[in-house]
Every structure is written in C-alpha cells, then in structure tokens.
Design a protein. Structure first.
Lengths: 331, 214, 331, 214
C-alpha cells in the first residue's frame, strides 16, 4: 500500500488536524468534538442551519463544502463509515438559531440510522430538524424503488441549493422543499476503472479486471450494474447519458447543470475529454448546459473512475447555483 | 441454584462482554477483511473500550447495559454504533423493570432488543449479518423455555443457537452491507458481525450462568 | 491502461475542447490556434501581458491558472512536451498592449528552446518579451548549479505573483523583478510513490517498487535523489522540509506560504496528513505559515506522490498572494 | 558524374526525407518506447507531414529545407521541433548562398547546422542523442574531403559515419532527455533521435547521390 500516512487507524484524526490548520480562515472544529467541522460564518446571520455528514475518504466531500452560503456544519465519520449520532447531534446544536436545521445527507444505512438517533436527541432540546436524503445514483435501484437509491455526487448540488436557499432567508420548510426539488431533479451515474484501498485494511476489497470497467459503481465500490469492456470516452459518455436519460426526467429543451467528478486517480484531462462527449450528446438532445463543474469534487480515496451528475434547472435552482460561496471545495 | 439473577451490582457481566470483544478484536477485523473492509474489530473495540471507562465497577447490570448502549450509539458511528447501541439500550430498558431478572424477563428483553434492531437496521435472516446469530439464539432460548428448562439450561441452548447461527453465515451470500460487493464470492467466510454477536451472546450467557451458580 | 479517452494521440485536442466548453466564462482559445488559451479578461485594462506554457498532463496546470489577475495566455503542449514556438509566439501577440510581455515558465530544455525562438519572432514585431524561468525544485541540481534546477509546483506562486504585480500597473521590468524574487524565494521537493503512463505510450516508463518511494522525483518522473523505504508521513515531511531547509534560504522568524500538490492519485486526505506534519516542523523552526494551499494543483497524470513548495514572503509578495483571481485552478 | 548539384528544382530531396520519416514513424516510436515515452515517430511524422503540404513540388532544395525547418520550429514543439527545425534552417541558410552545391559548401552547411544545434540544445557527444549520429557523420564526411574523395564518395562515407554513430548509441547510458530516467537500464537500446537522424542523413545522402549520378 503506497500511502503517505502515519497510523492507518488514525488517518481521519490526522487529516482533520491538517485541514483545520490550513483552512482556519473558513472553518473551525467544535470545541468538544473534533469530528464536527463548523463554518466560521455560522450564526453570523439568523437563518435555517444547514448540516450534513458522511464517511471520510470522499474529500473534498463532505467537509470541503462547509463554508459561507453552503453547509454550516459537517459531521465527519471514519473512512467510508457514517459519523456518530453524537456528531450529527453536535452539528445540529452548533448551527441552530431557533429557525430549525436542515440535515442534507446521502441515503446509506449507517447515515440513516445515525441521523435518526441524532434527531431524537435534538427533539429533547426542542430543535426542529428536517432532512433531505440524496438518492441521485440511478444505478443503485430501479426507478420504482427510487427511495433505495444511494446518494453520490449529486449531494453537492443539494448542499449548494440548500445553503443558498437558507441564506436567502427561507424558512425550514421552504429550504427543505427547494432542496428536495433539487435532488429530485438530479441524477448521477458512476464508472469504476480500478479499485481503492482503505488504509486500515491494506488491500483493495474488490478488483476490476484491466480492460473492463464497472458501470454503475457506487462511491464505496458498491457493485455496478454490469462489467463492460472498457471502451472509448465517447461510448462511455453515451452509456452514462443514456441511463440517466432513461430515467424519464430530462427532456428536450431543458436547461441543466453538469458535474463530472473524478473518483480519485482519474486525471483531469480525462474528465474534460468525457465532458466534451457528454456536452455533444446533450446538445444533440437539445439540452442546454447552464453551468459545468469538472474536477475531483467527490472522491473515493484513489479509485479510478468518475461520476456524471446532471441537474434539471428552473429559475429558482439557477439563482441558488449562482450564489457565491466561500468554501474549500467549491466556488 | 437460583433461577434468577439480581440487577444490583452485576455490571461485571457487561464488563466481561467488553473484555471478550477487546480480546477478539484482531480476529474480528481479520474476518471482516475477508469480505469487508477489515475494520469490524477496530470499530467494536473503540466503542466498547470507551464504554468500559464509563461503567462504575459495582453498578447495576442494566445501568452498565445502558451506558454501553448509549456509548455505542453516540460514539462509534457506522452501522454498528446504532445497531449494537440500540440492542444494549433495549435490553437495559426491559430488564430494569424488575430487580430480579428471571428467564421470562430475559426473553422479553431479547425479543424487544431484536425488534428494535429489525426496525432500525432492516436486515433479514439470511442476509449474512449479525441477525443470523441473534435470531436463532433467541429461538433456541424460547424453545428451551417452552420445554420448561431452567434459566441456566435456557442460556445453554441460547449459546448453541448463537453458535450454529454464526456458523450458518459461512455458506451465505451477503445481501447487505459492504460484503454484498462480493456476491457469490462472499460465500465460505463467516460474517464479522455475526461473529461479534456470537461473542456477545456467548459471553453474556456464560456470565449469567456463573451468577446463577453462585 | 485504464483510461477514459478516445484516440490516445489526440488527448490534448480532446481535453481542450472540453475545457473550452466548460470554462467559457473564464477563457477562450485563440481564433487560429487551439493550443493557445486566453483569459477573457485579456486587454480589459492596459498592463504588462503575462504568459506561460508547458506540456500537458499537469492539469489544472498550466491552463487552469489562466484568468483575471493571473496568467493572460497559456501555450499548451503535447503530454509532457513543450508547446511549439508558434504557440508561445501567439500567446505573446495575444496579450501584448505595448507594455511588453512577461513569459513565466519552467526550466526544461524544450521550453527554453521554444520560448527562445518565440522571443526571436516577437522581436520582429517589436514586442518586448522578458522571462522568468522557474527553478524551484531543490532535488534537480545542487545549489551551486541552481540554474540547472527544474521548475515544479513553485511555478504557481510565480504566476500568482507575476499576475498580481502586472495588475497593479507595474512596468515590465518591475513585474520581472518581483516575479524573479518570488521564484528566488521558493523551493520545492517531490516524492513519488508510483509511476504514471502517457496515454500514447500505454505503459509506465519507469517503476517504483512497492514499499519504496523516489525522493526528489521530477514532474515527469525524472529520477529522484534516492530511493527510500516508504516511511510515515511524519518522516517524509521531515525529510522534505529538511532538504528545503538545507538550501539555506529560510530562517527563524520567516513568514511563508506553503503549497502541497498531489501528483495525481494521492488522496487529499494524505495531503492534509502531510501538511499537518509539515506545519508542526515549521512551527518548531519558528516559521509562520501565512497561507497554505493543499490539493491537486500541479499533477503528473495519475502519478502517486506529492510536492511540497515553500515561498518566503515579504510585504510585497503577501500583497500579490492576496489579490483575488478568477481562474479555474486557483482562488 | 557531376561533383555538384543544383539548388534549383531539387525539393524532391527534402520530400524523400519526409517520405522516409513517414515510413519509419512506427519504428521510431517503438524505439522511443523502450527508453522514452514512445512518441518520437508520432512527433516527427506530425511535423514532417505538415511541411510536406507546404513544399511546392518543383521548388528549390534550399527553399524546401527552409520550409521544413520553419514548420518544425513553429509547429512540433517539444525538443525535436527546435532542434531539427534549427538543423534544417541552418542547412538552408548556408546552402542557398550558391546556385551550385558542391562538397565544400555542403560541409560548411553541415558544420553550421551542427553548431546551431550545439548552441541551442546543449547535448554533447556521448549523451545518447541525435548528436551521436550527426557528429561522426560530419567527421567521416570531412575526412573523406581531406582525402580528396568525390562528393559522391564523401556522401557514402557520411552514411557510414552516421550508421556507426547511430549504432554506438546502443551501448551508451542516456545522460539527457527522457531516457536519462533509466540510467544504466537505457543501455542496450538504440536512441530514437539518433535513429531518426540516421534516417535523415542517409536519405539525404542517397538522394543527392542520385542527383549527382544523373
Ligand atoms: N443493515 C444491517 N443490519 C444488520 N447488520 C448489519 C447491517 N449492515 C451491516 N451489518 C453488519 O455489520 C458488519 C460489519 O460491521 P463493521 O465492519 O463494523 O462496519 P462496516 O461495514 O461499516 O465496516 C457485518 O458483518 C454485518 O454483520
Ligand atoms: N537536449 C537535446 N539535444 C539533442 N537531442 C536531444 C535532446 N533532448 C532529447 N534529444 C533527443 O530527442 C529524442 C526524443 O525525441 P522525442 O521522443 O520526439 O521527444 P520527447 O523526449 O519529448 O518525447 C531522444 O532520443 C534524443 O535523441
Ligand atoms: Mg468500515
Ligand atoms: Mg467493516
Ligand atoms: Mg514526448
Ligand atoms: Mg519521446
């Protein structure tokens, strides 16, 4: 395992120390819980609190999206493992100003359980918490079981929209409504070309044969829809757009934002090559790209591969996307 | 031999469980490494050792269960935190209703804990998880009660049920959690959670048996 | 080779198409030369033109640093290969407004030759061009042959400072002077943990044994100073800071900016872990970190490893670093 | 047989060179792949084919050399663009001083080209580059002149020199460019640039010999 780390069981602790030191202009950690990262802008104006949380190993997600006009606090878990209920609870407490808290997270068993318990704890403090659970990954379940779908890079759009809406002074219900619309309007699909290794484990816990790719792979290496021959960027783009398109959300004339995220070891160059092919296909379908984001926005350690996310826009969502933010991962 | 134990002053039963998880933590990680991400022992050890610090030596059995449950829920995260946390919290909540814990109360506690777990985690028997240890353990225990065996004997049956439950996971294909990544290839390995669940149930039964025999 | 590309001989062309489409708010390409990327802010105010250029495969360098208040035009080469003299020349022509052009590039044989020829061409047009040649890589030659050292991620500080200075209205000589000071004040060192593969080649052209690392590796896999056992982040940080420190530039009481760049497949997590160790060592040496940048700022395709860059600051350099920019790679 | 050629109407000599580079481009990339990044053939082919488009069929030898040189400098980048670009530009500049090109003028041209190259690229004999082909080729050519051989014979000697120069790179350790990455391991392989340089000199000599023999 070729890694620049100290104790493999303490990679998250060690990372957080470096993160705090380097971004003290944007975030700080909770006084009593180093697994809670809080925006320096928290409570600088009265608004609905926005929190999220998830396993580590996805950097810059989740903590990179903590900052002014985006996420107010982030609960940080072990690698690929949900944060504790306490960390979610501490996030809730750190951001609540009496207007309630929106917890915007991804649909995974552990996160669902821990958020549920944190909300129960917050109820005792009479803090109102509502959730939006990202389920943008079309590969993870068929459309008639849409609630089982996992959240992947579409979570970034969810946070961007939720953060913006809350900063416009919306109520908790309004924030939830618009953010839920954002995720309902969002679809993602991933491809994996080679696996990743959890430091404490020391070996990849799945394999991808050279010359093949896992189409529909999840953010932690969850199995894809199919193993395909590794073909050209043009083919891959066409397969990715097609499966998203087949979900019957996007139509002729739509305006969308597109996010391509490398999963870790895929060079930016390849992400731009894929984007070019995606853009060509969308143009053919008469879909206009309002904004495009390309880069390692939501990774899986050093996995080779990428995700494609498309969000259907309306005027409200565009306004939310356009709001400037001050975070490490997004501008 | 008694057919009940006191709640009072029996936190050592919980400390025994913590001790066994601690001693087996490398083994649990090793099993998890075969089909998962190899951290089950580390995850468990972290949470259980944290709880150990907080449990006063001469406190009640249910008080210790409550502390363990709360620590797991609050401090280990992942799926194991809420799952085992809920399990121990529910055990505590049912058992603390009486000062003497007999075989019937213990059955109620197990059933409530199991139900809490099913509500929360959504795994079913056969998914290759800790449920595959817990469910047959409770079943064997209940059968023993129905056959009018003593508390001591019922606990013996529970251990047998837990053991064969754990072993049954070896031939299963994982349907949930990280190991489901492997599909058919997950066959041939014990499930890590099923193994830790066996250790927990087995140790708890042994310790209660010791207390009964006092 | 697990890659998302079309024709391996056209990866640069294909990337540029995607790049232009996705960042048309910041840059455009030269009408007659797609290998020249020009900031949309070019000539929006009269100032010294800032250009650079280099091989591809280092994304977001070089083109990601093109934009308002940083680089005005970038010449784009093949993978790991200098741009043409014509592209450098076209950059010069695109940005000159009669105040001259500063060409700020890295010390490689091909770039030196092509820039030299481009300057000769520009002389015929009576455009004054001066250069700063980055040589921040301490591993590439001993201090008494400092002019032979290669430029690596320190180039980013060079561009940041040059771009800022020019936007403050400085003359060509002033821009060159301050930018030269920036690079004279900058030292970098890299470590490589696994190699990268040029798409058209199809196989890595060097190997790094698992369990070892190449200490002092260059941005294209140039050989390091030594092959070391792969140790902890703490050890690696201490070796890296030490070799920089031994170059007798930094001293007790200095204020510096630090840049850690992943080379491609090194997770952000590890970069933060290393940063934490570097920060601890600098603190011990009573060196203050004014600003830190951590991320994939200057890559080598999917190479595993990272570079550490430290720049000694004074008031002028701080002012330059602080100027906001509008580029893809830097904020 | 003549002992000079005309500049006039002899662009075909340059087109022959381009043709040979084109035909050998896969081979050149293959050699480069052994110690470098495997693109030498592609790089060369791109530039040379671009120049081909621009060279009028019945133009002068020196005009064609100039176009080739300029195209390489302007349009291929890397190190090869400026290096071979300068080489052909310098050849052109010296040769175009007279309408008849004899063996002495050709020697001057080679020497000027070689000097231009040394000034620009900074490689020395023994570094395992194209210089290791060029330098012995010129040396053999000059020796032949000193021995009063004919232009035709001098060119034959130049080809021999170029060939043994190219072959000498096989035993060298690369000191410059990408292959220097390999150190000792670069031994046993021809240098790609030395090989393309041989193809260029060999083809140029053959074509001039054909012209002399006309
Ligand atoms: N939804 C679930 N319900 C019950 N048990 C589960 C569930 N998901 C996972 N498990 C259990 O968790 C165990 C793995 O735990 P652990 O390794 O600590 O967590 P992780 O999988 O996050 O690394 C599995 O062996 C399985 O028994
Ligand atoms: N400084 C130099 N001087 C002379 N020849 C050089 C120099 N650097 C490299 N070469 C030659 O360039 C050849 C490689 O060319 P090519 O593969 O086209 O470029 P690159 O190395 O950029 O991929 C080498 O075989 C060597 O002969
Ligand atoms: Mg885990
Ligand atoms: Mg695990
Ligand atoms: Mg090359
Ligand atoms: Mg080459």
């Amino acid at each position: 395992m070729q890694r620049i780390i100290n104790n493999p069981n303490l990679v998250v602790e060690d990372m957080l120390k470096g993160y705090e030191k380097s971004h003290s202009d944007i975030i700080h950690s909770d006084e009593n819980n180093p697994r809670v990262i809080i925006s320096n802008s928290v409570k600088e104006k009265k608004k609905v609190g926005i929190i999220t949380g998830g396993g580590s190993g996805h950097e810059p997600a989740f903590l990179g999206y903590c900052g002014r006009n985006m996420v107010d606090a982030v609960a940080v878990g072990e690698i690929f493992s949900s944060p504790t209920a306490k960390s979610f609870y501490d996030c809730i407490r750190a951001v609540d100003q009496g207007m309630g808290v929106a917890c915007l997270y991804g649909n995974y068993a552990g996160d669902n359980m821990n958020v549920k318990m944190a909300i129960e704890l917050a109820e005792d403090d009479e803090i109102e918490v509502k959730t939006v659970v990202a389920n943008d990954d079309v590969a993870s379940a068929p459309k008639n079981e849409i609630d089982k779908r996992r959240g992947v890079a579409g979570e970034i759009f969810m946070w961007k929209v939720g953060g913006a809406k809350s900063n416009m002074g919306a109520t908790l219900d309004e924030v939830i409504k618009t953010t839920q619309k954002a995720i309902n309007n969002t679809r993602s699909i991933g491809v994996g070309l080679s696996p990743c290794t959890i430091p404490a484990n020391g070996k990849p816990n799945f394999m991808i044969e050279p010359g093949t790719m896992e189409f529909g792979i999840g953010h932690h290496g969850e199995p894809g829809i199919s193993v395909k021959k590794l073909s050209t960027a043009k083919d891959i783009a066409s397969n990715m757009v097609e499966i998203i398109y087949n979900d019957s959300l996007f139509e002729n004339g739509d305006e969308v934002s597109v996010l391509i995220s490398g999963l870790g070891s895929t060079p930016l160059m390849e992400q731009y090559i894929l984007f070019d092919e995606v853009a060509k296909i969308l143009e053919e379908k008469n879909i206009t790209i309002y904004k495009a984001y390309i880069g390692n926005y939501f990774t899986s350690l050093e996995m080779n591969g990428l995700t494609l996310t498309i969000m259907k826009l309306d005027e409200e969502l565009k306004e939310c996307l356009d709001m400037p933010v001050d975070t490490v991962g997004f501008k | 031999m008694k057919d009940y134990i006191y709640d009072n002053n029996n936190s050592w039963i919980v400390l025994d469980i913590i001790e066994q998880i601690h001693l087996n933590s490398s083994y649990l990680s090793e099993i998890d490494g075969a089909t998962g991400d190899g951290d089950h022992g580390v995850n468990m050890d972290k949470g259980f050792m944290l709880a150990k610090e907080k449990i006063p030596l001469d406190s009640n059995f249910t008080e210790a269960l409550k502390i363990l449950g709360r620590t797991l829920v609050m401090d280990i995260g992942g799926s194991m935190g809420p799952i085992y946390g809920t399990f121990f919290s529910k055990l505590s909540r049912t058992l603390k209703s009486k000062e003497e814990i007999d075989k019937y109360l213990f059955l109620d506690a197990l059933k409530n804990a199991n139900q809490g777990l099913l509500d929360l985690a959504g795994a079913k028997v056969g998914d290759k998880t800790l449920i595959d240890t817990l469910y047959p353990a409770i079943l064997s225990y209940e059968n023993a009660i129905n056959n009018n065996l003593t508390f001591y004997q019922c606990l013996y049956e529970m251990k047998q049920g837990a053991k064969s439950g754990m072993e049954s996971t070896k031939d299963m294909v994982a349907k949930i959690g990280r190991a489901s990544r492997l599909g058919e290839r997950s066959k041939g390995y014990l499930d890590a959670g099923a193994t830790s669940c066996f250790i927990i149930l087995d140790t708890m039964a042994n310790s209660i048996q010791k207390e009964l025999a006092k």
